[in-house]
Unconditional design. Structure first.
Ligand SMILES: [Zn+2]
Length: 76
């Protein structure tokens, strides 16, 4: 498999934190996806996309336990 962005061939499965925007909040979901080690492009297959959509739905329905790891701040 070649990277479609940089044509690099070093694509490895890695744990990443996918960022989901839920309203004004951001939730990180740890998933394992193939990542290009040269440019950092992530490759999502159908199953991963479905998993993320499903998690997003659960998050919007508040069916997931979360803990706060930081804050999102904006210039006043
Ligand atoms: Zn790449």
């Amino acid at each position: 498999m070649k990277c479609i962005i940089c044509k690099g061939e070093d694509i490895k499965k890695s744990m990443v934190k996918e960022e989901l925007k839920i309203g004004v909040d951001i939730v990180y979901i740890p998933i394992e996806v193939p990542v290009c080690s040269s440019c950092g492009e992530r490759y999502y297959d159908r199953r991963t996309m479905q998993y993320l959509e499903n998690e997003e739905k659960k998050l919007k329905d508040k069916k997931v336990n979360l803990h706060e790891i930081g804050k999102i701040l904006e210039y006043a």
